[in-house]
Design a protein around this ligand. Structure first.
Ligand code: SF4
Length: 376
């Protein structure tokens, strides 16, 4: 299978077009078709000469994932299950206007995207790791989650261009983006697929690509310390979230095997390095699990850690996963935990679960569908 065209940066396309003796403005036209109009076939690119379209089709693929399932929750969170070219399944979740969990208060739509098929990190509470790791997503597969959701949405503004020319009459242009905020928090450990992730995010960030500001893109990691340090050296101002879920090595070792490789001391040092380079506020994701990490004994070290790293804390009551023994704490326990953080003047929110009724914990819908398919 040739490389997908959406794996290439503008610079790489310009080099390719130069080798083909094609003028550079053709690259601009191609990029418009790909990222603004979001077309899914070479034939739709009607202002590119036929010969160039044939060269492109011979050299690159132009893939889009197939929508297998779409579920919408009462609060309008929507989950998309995609089938990729090798039939692997991945998920994305569209979350409507939110109270600035990651970006600014004006955020209209946040899309949570996946970066791997399955996950090798085996966090004990997570559905994504239950069937192990299959493969990394390629840059185009990461980018396409945004484009495909926007293609499906009636909220993207679509205009038909008026033209007497019958060929051009088929042109459609999309001039507003639906997704204006991205969290890389779906299936997989993003920083384990570092190169493909960065390539995809640069395309989504570029003015000629997705046009989504770097500060509106949050990368979440379970704690890969060396990659956090590497991310600190990149020029983009991406936001960083740490899936912490425990404020002591004892708790993290119990539920997150990654902590045995990169214990808290190492993770905290890498975060300090990141902040030293970027000067940016971190976010801690903290799933509250009954009897595991929801006690005052955990809230206090969490508050200390958050203060040390100037981190904001997102508390998320656990979303039950079929086949796993963990439970969500009672609401009053969650509120007490929040109050301890707030008393310590730590910026913290307790997330009202968006999408609990759509198998929203990462990997749940994929797992359910794969098991259903296997039993048919
Ligand atoms: S929580 Fe994230 S890192 Fe852990 S198993 Fe799930 S997808 Fe992987």
């Amino acid at each position: 299978m040739p490389t997908d065209i959406k794996c290439l940066s503008r610079g790489e396309l310009e080099t390719q077009f130069k080798n083909w003796n094609e003028p550079v403005y053709r690259v601009t036209q191609l990029l418009e078709w790909l990222y603004s109009r979001r077309v899914t076939s070479w034939d739709a690119m009607t202002n590119l000469p036929k010969g160039l379209r044939e060269k492109l089709a011979d050299s690159f693929s132009l893939q889009t994932p197939e929508l297998v399932r779409k579920q919408g929750a009462h609060d309008a969170s929507q989950k998309f299950l995609w089938r990729l070219r090798d039939h692997a399944l991945i998920e994305s979740v569209l979350i409507p206007a939110n109270p600035a969990l990651y970006g600014d208060a004006s955020d209209r739509h946040t899309l949570c995207i996946s970066t791997q098929v399955g996950c090798a990190y085996g966090c004990k509470f997570c559905a994504s790791g239950l069937d192990g790791w299959k493969r990394h997503l390629t840059p185009d597969e990461i980018v396409e989650q945004v484009l495909s959701v926007e293609r499906l949405s009636p909220q993207s503004t679509v205009h038909s261009l008026e033209s007497k020319d019958r060929t051009n009459a088929r042109l459609r242009t999309v001039d507003s983006r639906l997704v204006d905020n991205i969290v890389v928090m779906g299936m997989g450990e993003p920083l384990a697929n570092y190169d493909n992730l960065l390539k995809a995010l640069r395309i989504l960030n570029a003015p000629w690509g997705g046009g989504i500001g770097a500060r509106k893109i949050t990368i979440s990691t379970s704690g890969l310390a060396p990659q956090i340090r590497r991310l600190a050296t990149e020029p983009e101002q991406f936001r960083l979230a740490i899936s912490l879920h425990g404020a002591t090595d004892e708790v993290r070792n119990k539920i997150m095997p990654v902590n045995r490789k990169y214990p808290l001391k190492e993770l905290v040092a890498a975060c300090e390095d990141y902040q030293g380079q970027k000067g940016r506020m971190l976010t801690f994701e903290y799933i509250l699990i009954a009897g595991v990490n929801d006690s005052a004994e955990q809230a206090r070290p969490l508050a200390a850690l958050a203060k040390r790293l100037f981190a904001k804390v997102n508390l998320i009551p656990y979303n039950q996963v079929e086949g796993l023994p963990w439970e969500r704490p009672e609401e009053k326990v969650c509120k007490t935990f929040l109050a301890i953080l707030q008393k310590q003047k730590v910026p913290a929110t307790l997330r009202r679960e968006k999408g609990g009724d759509i198998d929203a914990a990462c990997g749940q819908l994929r797992l359910k569908t794969e098991r259903e398919l296997a039993s048919n």
